[in-house]
Write a protein that binds this ligand. Structure first.
Ligand SMILES: C[S@@+](CC[C@H](N)C(=O)[O-])C[C@H]1O[C@@H](n2cnc3c(N)ncnc32)[C@H](O)[C@@H]1O
Length: 224
């Protein structure tokens, strides 16, 4: 029992919510810790996972809540110019990613397209995405915002495009906080997560464990 609680505390960091959000949080925590740390590990995990699912350089990849480019630093060099698409609400994270994590010449050559928005304004992106991923976004959002994300994402995905979303899984429906929080803990049942997709014209498929260091699982949503 004690082991279980220690393991759970390591996974979700129960005091993380005490950290501030926004620019002040980025200043205090740094742009790598703000998005959860495990910089190299979770960056490589996402990149290798997407390639194992068929991501190729000519595809358009949409990184939803791209943060400080933990995935971007790996995906941008791999993809053709202009094929990395991102959306993120914290401009400070994106600036840190572009200026401190990505080589300047590479950035000029690869031209990542990133929209700053907290309202899932995917329509501001010019291309439609073959692949999309929301890594550790829904672990910080209440259900109405998750549903809104799916609803707005659908027209932005190419026909047959695939979206992967990660989340903390619980066995029974949990009363999550009403308001989003970048350092809060939100968890969903498998059924809830599959339903978000089905309600928004995606075909949902549970994948589950993908070796995430904090124990998040993953679901695949295919646009139909
Ligand atoms: C745990 S971090 C994960 C970042 C990134 N996906 C990664 O794996 O490195 C969660 C991110 O979601 C962003 N975020 C939260 N709510 C958002 C919203 N409504 N729209 C866009 N980004 C949001 C946060 O600012 C933060 O960068």
């Amino acid at each position: 029992m004690k082991y279980y609680f220690v393991k759970l505390a390591r996974m979700i960091n129960p005091f993380a919510f005490l950290n501030p959000e926004g620019d002040e949080g980025i200043r205090v925590m740094g742009h790598r810790e703000y998005i959860g740390g495990h910089w190299d590990e979770i960056g490589a995990l996402q990149f290798d996972f997407l390639k194992s699912k068929g991501l190729q350089p000519q595809n358009y990849l949409l990184d939803i809540a791209c943060g400080s480019l933990r995935l971007g630093v790996k995906a941008i060099p791999y993809l053709e110019p202009g094929h990395y698409l991102g959306i993120e609400k914290e401009s400070g994270l994106v600036e840190a990613g572009l200026n401190e994590e990505l080589d300047h010449d590479l950035r000029e050559m690869k031209l990542p397209q990133i929209v700053i928005s907290d309202a899932f304004e995917f329509s501001k992106l010019e291309q439609r995405a073959d692949f999309a991923i929301a890594q550790s976004l829904f672990s910080h959002l209440p259900p109405d915002m998750i549903n809104n994300c799916f609803r707005k994402l659908h027209p932005t995905m190419a026909e047959g495009g695939i979206f992967y979303a990660t989340y903390f899984e619980v066995d029974s429906v949990r009363k999550n906080p009403d308001k989003p929080h970048d350092h809060g803990y939100f968890a969903y049942t498998r059924s809830e997560m599959l339903t978000f997709g089905e309600n928004n014209d995606f075909v949902s498929r549970y994948i589950g464990d993908w070796n995430h260091p904090r124990g998040q699982v993953v679901v695949e949503y295919r646009k139909v």
